[in-house]
Design a protein around this ligand. Structure first.
Ligand code: SAH
Ligand code: SF4
Ligand code: F3S
Length: 435
C-alpha cells in the first residue's frame, strides 16, 4: 500500500509556523510522510491567520483548489486550523463542503486524535479551549540551525484594531523548565539560534506561580551551551522595561536587535489604538536602549489608515521613522476586524489614501536605510552561517537580520558564528570577508 502524504500550508506569524511543526509531527505519528505540494497530499492542512482581511480571503481560493483535488480523490482529508478556524469554527464546515475538520488554536495539542477522527469519516469542528497550565510536549522537528520556541500564548492587550486576543485567548505561559528543556533538546539536534515566541513576551510569567519573568528566562537560556544566538518576538513597547534592556545588554547570546512595534507616530492615534504609550515614552525607551547598547538595531510594525488618521497624524509617523532609523519596518493598511473596538470607528480612510501612505512610508524608510548603507562598509559584523553559496563563499544572517555573504579560506559549518568585515553594503544584504 502507498504511504500516505501530508502538506501543511502556513499563513500568519511565527507562532503559526511553530504550531504547523507540531501538527506535522502529529501527522507523522499517524504514518503520514511530508510531500511538496497540496496537489499530491492525502492530508492537507491550511493553518490560517485572521489578522488582516486578505489572508482570510486567500483561504477561499486555496479551498477552491483543494476541491478540485478532492474531485479526483474523494479520500483526501482537508483541515482548517489556526486563527480563522478558531474564529469561525462550525461556520467553515457549513460553508465549505471540501473541509473535513476545523481545529482551533488550542486544538493543536489534540491533532493526532483529530486526524484519526477525520480518517474515520466524521466531519467536525474542535474549537475548544484547553484550560489549566499551558504545556507543550516533546515533538520531533526537521533539522535546522534556527528554530522558534513558543513561550506563551494569547494576548490580553486588546489593541483596538486587533483580532488576536479574540482568537488566541488569555495569556498563558509555559513553565521555564519545560522551555529550557526544549531549547536543550533543539541544541542537541543542531539548532544554534532560537527565537522565543509570544504575542507579548514581556508579559511572560505573569500567570505563573514561580517568580520568573522574561528577563530571567533570557538569562537562563543564555547559559545553555551550544546555543549561539537568542532572539525574541514580540515585545510590546508599553512593557519593554529598563530591566529588559539591561538584560539584553548583559546576555552574551541575546541579539541586540529588538522588534518594538510602534504602529503610529501620532499620540492621538496611539490612544485610539489603545496602545497605552505615547510617542515620547516609546522613543525614550529606544534612546535608553541605544545609550546602553550603541550597536543595537530595531524594527517596527506600522498600520496606515487607521480610522480617523489625518495627514498630520501620518506625518508624525513619518517623523518617527526618520528619528528611529529602523533596520526593518513592516507596514500594513488598516483592515477592520469583526468584533474589535476599532470596527465601531468605521473604516474612514479610503483605500487609495491608505495605499499612498503605505508607499510613502516604505519609500522614506528605504531612503533612510540606503543613506546609512555606506556607514556599514569597513565595520565588522557577526554572522550565523546558514550555508555555502559557492566554493569559499558562505552565507548567513547577522544579529540585525541582514543577509551576509562572505569569503572564507577556512571551511564553515551551518550554525557556526563568523566575524565578517563588510566590504559592500546593499539594501538586500552585505558582502564581506572572514576576519
Ligand atoms: N503582538 C504583536 C503584533 C501581532 S500582529 C504586537 O503587539 O506588536 C502583527 C502586526 O499586524 C501588528 O503589529 C500590526 O501592525 C498588524 N495588524 C494587526 N491588526 C491589524 C489590522 N486590523 N489591520 C492592519 N494591520 C494589523
Ligand atoms: Fe494584537 Fe496588540 Fe496583542 Fe499585539 S499586543 S497581538 S497588536 S492586541
Ligand atoms: Fe495571524 Fe493568529 Fe498569528 S491572527 S498573526 S496567525 S496569532
Amino acid at each position: 500500500m502507498r504511504t500516505k502524504t501530508y502538506f501543511i500550508q502556513t499563513f500568519g506569524c511565527a507562532m503559526n509556523e511553530y504550531d504547523s511543526e507540531r501538527m506535522a509531527a502529529a501527522a507523522e505519528s499517524r504514518g503520514f510522510i511530508p510531500c511538496e505540494a497540496a496537489s499530491c497530499a492525502d492530508l492537507i492542512i491550511y493553518n490560517t491567520c485572521s489578522v488582516r482581511e486578505k489572508p482570510q480571503t486567500k483561504i477561499s481560493s486555496y479551498l477552491g483548489r483543494a476541491r478540485i483535488y478532492k474531485e479526483k480523490n474523494p479520500d483526501i482529508i482537508v483541515g482548517i486550523t489556526g486563527c480563522v478556524a478558531q474564529q469561525e469554527g462550525e461556520a467553515l464546515l457549513k460553508r465549505f463542503k471540501t473541509v473535513n475538520f476545523v481545529a482551533g488554536t488550542d486544538a493543536v495539542s489534540r491533532m493526532g486524535d483529530i486526524i484519526d477522527k477525520a480518517l474515520s469519516g466524521i466531519r467536525f469542528a474542535d474549537t475548544g479551549e484547553t484550560s489549566g497550565v499551558f504545556s507543550i510536549g516533546e515533538f520531533s522537528r526537521r533539522p535546522s540551525v534556527t528554530a522558534g520556541v513558543t513561550v506563551m500564548k494569547g494576548c490580553e492587550n486588546f489593541c483596538s484594531y486587533c483580532i488576536v486576543p479574540f482568537v488566541r485567548g488569555k495569556e498563558l505561559s509555559r513553565k521555564p523548565d519545560e522551555i529550557l528543556k526544549e531549547v536543550e533538546r533543539l541544541a542537541d539536534t543542531g539548532v544554534r539560534e532560537i527565537c522565543f515566541l509570544g504575542q507579548n513576551v514581556n508579559s511572560y510569567g505573569r500567570d505563573l506561580s514561580c517568580e520568573t519573568d522574561f528577563s530571567d528566562l533570557l538569562k537562563m537560556a543564555d547559559r545553555i551551551p551550544s546555543i549561539n544566538r537568542i532572539r525574541f518576538m514580540t515585545s510590546h513597547p508599553k512593557d519593554f522595561s529598563e530591566k529588559m534592556i539591561r538584560t539584553i545588554a548583559e546576555c552574551e547570546k541575546v541579539c541586540r536587535y529588538i522588534h518594538l512595534p510602534l504602529q503610529s507616530g501620532s499620540d492621538r492615534i496611539l490612544k485610539a489604538m489603545n496602545r497605552k504609550y505615547t510617542l515620547k515614552e516609546y522613543m525614550d525607551k529606544l534612546d535608553l536602549a541605544r545609550k546602553i547598547m550603541p550597536d543595537a538595531g530595531f524594527s517596527s510594525d506600522f498600520i496606515t489608515g487607521f480610522p480617523g488618521e489625518t495627514e498630520d497624524d501620518f506625518n508624525d509617523t513619518l517623523k518617527a521613522v526618520e528619528y528611529a532609523e529602523y533596520e526593518h519596518i513592516f507596514a500594513f493598511n488598516y483592515s477592520p476586524r469583526p468584533g474589535t473596538a476599532a470596527e465601531q470607528m468605521g473604516d474612514t480612510v479610503p483605500d487609495e489614501v491608505k495605499n499612498e501612505r503605505l508607499t510613502r512610508l516604505f519609500e522614506l524608510h528605504g531612503r533612510i536605510s540606503d543613506a546609512r548603507l555606506p556607514e556599514f562598509v569597513g565595520t565588522e559584523t557577526e554572522v550565523l552561517v546558514t550555508g555555502r553559496k559557492d566554493a569559499g563563499v558562505f552565507t548567513g544572517c547577522n544579529t540585525c537580520g541582514r543577509n551576509v555573504n562572505f569569503i572564507s579560506d577556512t571551511d564553515m559549518e551551518p550554525g557556526e558564528l563568523a566575524r565578517v568585515k563588510i566590504t559592500e553594503a546593499r539594501r538586500g544584504g552585505f558582502s564581506g570577508v572572514l576576519v
